[in-house]
Design a protein around this ligand. Structure first.
Ligand SMILES: Nc1ncnc2c1ncn2[C@@H]1O[C@H](COP(=O)(O)OP(=O)(O)OP(=O)(O)O)[C@@H](O)[C@H]1O
Ligand SMILES: [Mg+2]
Length: 248
């Protein structure tokens, strides 16, 4: 479904992604595991097309700072330079890091905003799924999103991504800053999104422990370079992964 080949991203002279190649098959749950500054968000921005927007904004301010090389194919078509809204229409939806929501609007309004590109009936059905997945959002549907807890805001952010009807859902550090119990709850939800909706999912995380065992395949990234890859359970046993991510 998704193929990334020899992707390179420079911010001025700094290399954020270095010759990065990966793929995701339809229906799979794959992951990119890396610590701070590894290049996870840069990859997610390259895949969602946000990087194209960021580059255009930078150019308007003067000076071409961002360079993107390599290729991204989705469903057999090259999308490397396609703007983000065209990728959303094709079903590539990114849930950005640090639960981006509209804090002044209530939960229901946030979900409706996320569904603006979709038919009303489709949005209604997606919202029902989101409320089944995260019942707390249903009980708080008239609460201002800014007053939700961090975990609830992350649920809302994932809910918003679902309402945008992804075929390929990109999750950038959904577990960041959450308690272990909340992390487990979100990991369960990710599995449910995949099993009940058949959504293909790519997740970027630095907290490998809760998610790695469930990944069909994972890529470990350090300083923009892939250092290891393999099936999630297999990487769980890898001594380098254990030392770097589990402290053992
Ligand atoms: N807009 C930008 N301009 C300049 N440098 C950037 C920009 N965005 C990212 N970088 C640099 O690219 C590298 C990769 O950053 P990136 O945000 O992709 O890492 P990350 O893996 O998402 O980290 P984190 O876990 O902290 O979110 C870092 O060295 C960062 O400083
Ligand atoms: Mg990041």
């Amino acid at each position: 479904m998704l193929q990334v080949s020899h992707l390179m991203v420079f911010f001025e002279n700094a290399l954020a992604l270095n010759d990065f190649s990966m793929e995701v098959g339809r229906g799979e749950l794959r992951g990119v595991i890396g610590s701070n500054s590894a290049g996870k968000t840069t990859l997610m921005h390259a895949l969602s097309g946000l990087l194209i927007d960021i580059r255009i904004k930078e150019q308007r301010r003067g000076g071409e700072r961002i360079t993107l090389m390599g290729k991204i194919h989705y469903e057999g078509e090259e999308i490397t330079h396609l703007p983000p809204h065209e990728r959303v229409q094709r079903g590539i939806v990114l849930c950005r890091e640090r639960h981006p929501i509209f804090p002044e609007s209530d939960v229901l309004e946030n979900l409706k905003i996320a569904g603006y590109l979709r038919a009303r009936e489709e949005t209604r059905r997606s919202m029902e799924f989101v409320f089944d997945l995260f019942p707390v959002l249903k009980s708080f549907r008239r609460k201002r999103a800014g007053f939700l807890s961090g975990g609830e805001q992350q649920m809302l952010a994932i809910g918003m991504a679902i309402v945008a009807a992804p075929r390929l859902l990109l999750l950038d550090e959904p577990l960041l800053g959450l308690s272990p119990a909340m992390q487990r709850h979100l990991v369960d939800a990710v599995q449910q999104i995949r099993s009940e909706r058949g959504t293909t999912i790519l997740i970027a995380e630095q907290f490998a422990r809760p998610i790695l065992p469930l990944l069909d395949y994972a890529y470990v990234i350090e300083n923009g370079m892939m250092t290891l890859s393999g099936a999630g359970p297999e990487l769980m046993e890898n001594p380098e992964v254990r030392a770097a991510y589990f402290g053992v």
